[in-house]
Ligand binder design. Structure first.
Ligand SMILES: [Zn+2]
Length: 167
């Protein structure tokens, strides 16, 4: 998740529409998402629980590359997999991002900057031999967990690290 702070004004926070029936549509979740908490959000926790229950171990909110000041939500070091759960608002989800009515240029730069930064992170990690998995916070945790588990197993086989369980 981005470290950026959330908008403080009602106009801005009121412009983000949660997907119908999603975790974000309850007022409490939405409030926490739009507040300053960026870690341990519900979609992220749900995914972590499922992957952990599947017996996989990983680091939480860790830097995949020591030299790069970017934090991934989950890091599988032996298999070099970095997982990011991108917030629909801050990372410009095509399904849910709605341009705020106030100060459109500011938000375009801000969200656009986040998206460019995400792509740059992807490129740098890929260049270093990492696999980057990005999910939107609106994606079902089960679906994301299946992709993560599959990727870890596939990379383990490819890298011959099948017996290692340490993240
Ligand atoms: Zn979305």
């Amino acid at each position: 998740m981005s470290k950026k702070k959330s908008p403080q004004t009602d106009e801005n926070s009121g412009s983000w529409a949660a997907p119908e029936g999603s975790w974000a549509s309850s007022a409490a979740n939405r409030k926490s998402m739009l507040g300053n908490r960026n870690r341990d959000t519900s979609p992220e926790l749900a995914l972590r629980r499922l992957v952990h229950a599947a017996g996989l171990r990983y680091r939480v909110a860790a830097k995949p590359l020591a030299k790069m000041r970017r934090t991934a939500d989950m890091v599988f070091r032996p298999t070099r997999i970095a997982v990011f759960i991108d917030g629909c608002y801050w990372h410009g989800c095509p399904d849910h991002f709605v341009q705020p009515k106030t100060n459109p240029e500011y938000w375009e730069n801000k969200i656009g900057g986040n998206i460019r930064r995400d792509r740059e992170t992807d490129q740098r990690l890929t260049d270093e031999g990492w696999l980057v998995l990005r999910f939107w916070e609106h994606q079902p945790a089960e679906e994301c967990a299946a992709i993560v588990e599959d990727a870890v197993r596939t990379r383990r086989q490819a890298l011959g690290t099948g017996r290692r369980r340490r993240a």
